[in-house]
Design a protein around this ligand. Sequence first.
Ligand SMILES: Cc1ncc(COP(=O)(O)O)c(C=O)c1O
Length: 421
Amino acid sequence: MAKLGRSRRLLNGPLQFERYAVYASASIERVANPMTQVLDSDLEHGFGTRAVHAGQAPDPLSGAVMTPIYQTSTYALEGLGRHKGFEYARTRNPTRDALERNVAALEGGRHGFAFGSGLAALDAVLKLLKSGDHVVGGANMYGGSHRLMERVYTQFGLTFTFADMRDLANVTRAITPATRMIYAETPTNPNMHLTDLAALADIAQAHGLVLVVDNTFATPCLQLPLSLGADIVLHSTTKYLNGHSDMVGGLLVTSRDDLAERLGFLQNASGAVPGPMDCWLALRGTKTLELRMERHNRSAQRIAEWLEARSDITAVYYPGLPSHPQHELAKRQMKGFGGMISFDLGDVPRAKRVVEKVKLFTLAESLGGVESLIGHPASMTHASVPPALRQAMGLTDSLLRLSVGIEDVGDLIADLDQALA
Ligand SMILES: Cc1ncc(COP(=O)(O)O)c(C=O)c1O
């Protein structure tokens, strides 16, 4: 790969061509990509500035202020082996480049890799491993991630132990000589368990393991796993990063050049890449991430407190509540507590009635959009997890999950009130 000097002038648009020109002499392999590599100049700005500007500049051709949707599968070559850095859109696309660099900069990382879904991003992470390798994963995680590990990758010789990462002694106990990776989600989907990332990173480092953190629930606005010692951050961009429930995507960020080389290779070799339209939608979403998260945090806190004050609810799980067993860790590790709440009604028929009676909350899969959603994890997001394991996770059949949107919080509370009545 061609070595590139880091230009502090990057945000001045047309200079980006210089970087493309250098890339023309680079190998065709999609390795750590000079166009998506985050620069010092990206990182010296505050979060809101990075969200709007990192990875983006007026289009060199037209001056378009917003990154265009480069809806093309292929690019004209100037001659054999000579091009502007783009040959084929599985390998690279300028709209995707912009998103990759933008999210990498938000995470405080150096390299970003976009995928067609969050699970496609996880698929690439697991392909870093080989048959015989062992992974320690969190006992409570998104059901689809668990399914990909247990029902797909075990077929290729990977083995997994799922440990309750609220107590890191469980992680240490699960590590074997074959362990190569630790995979943590925090807060977890759906039980809102937290993992102490700095302490987990110490364990990973002591054992020479790659630490991967799914930061989908918290977003880089509230939590920065790389700064706490993680090696790779994973996102379902479908959720808060996009924020408008109008695309599906995934993204990986790392600062390690060795992992970036490998992930870039896998992204191109396996080809689970997002289209430019979806990248553009995610890129539009990240611009308002900080504003949206402020509102999600505020409204979710109010709703969690309101739910907790009711006598007809068995348990409320929200890291912003002082009653959350890991509230102190949440205050230390997160800048805000997010928009996700789970609560247990202790009564399955009632839980089913509530999801059908809400009017503003929509009964739907997914989360992280501007609109409020309600879900029943046992039969929806976590239906693929065997019932016994769901029980062991603390995921009961009467648990409901809220993704609190940005509507007026008074209206959301009134809706829940009538549904719970
Ligand atoms: C925490 C978490 N990680 C990963 C995923 C998978 O993302 P996608 O649905 O984009 O494949 C999800 C999906 O709900 C999720 O909630």
